[in-house]
Design a protein. Structure first.
Length: 152
């Protein structure tokens, strides 16, 4: 990551100086490595501590509409209200009938769970989640079988 601080308006230069001070960045360094962690190990690093994939999935699960009888008989936990007034990043609907305009749907224990095809935020969250899960998959991949065909 490169910080460009030449020929910028004075107001922006002041904000940049304040940001450098808050992040404890050396004012003479212009190129930084972004690393995982609580604290940088050198003056040319910016450390970020992110949520784990499991933590992200738990957060997204707050907006899954679980059938009442699944809560009543203990098949699912009541995670409570998400408590946010903003648009949820993921909304999963549920019902007994197969949805007709779904982006993704699955039937599980007699109920349908789906993401509405018009819900941009949920579709985007699912795409990001697929990428995160693919990045987190560190298992060794087996090579595909090779097929040899003789020409003569």
């Amino acid at each position: 990551m490169t910080i460009q601080d030449k020929e910028i308006p004075p107001a922006l230069a002041e904000e940049l100086a304040q940001t450098r001070k808050l992040l404890r960045l050396d004012p003479d360094v212009h190129e930084f490595k972004v690393v995982f962690g609580m604290l940088p190990e050198s003056n040319d690093e910016i450390a970020f501590r992110t949520r784990s994939v499991l933590r992200i999935m738990t957060f997204l699960a707050l907006n899954v509409q679980v059938p009442d009888n699944h809560l009543a008989d203990g098949r699912a936990l009541d995670l409570g209200d998400a408590g946010s007034t903003t648009q949820p990043q993921l909304t999963v609907h549920s019902g007994c009938e197969e949805p007709c305009d779904d982006y993704a749907a699955v039937q599980y224990q007699g109920y349908w769970f789906w993401i509405d095809h018009r819900d941009f935020y949920s579709k985007r969250s699912m795409a990001y989640l697929k990428i995160l899960l693919a990045l987190a998959d560190t298992a060794q991949k087996e090579a595909a079988p090779a097929l040899t065909i003789r020409a003569n």
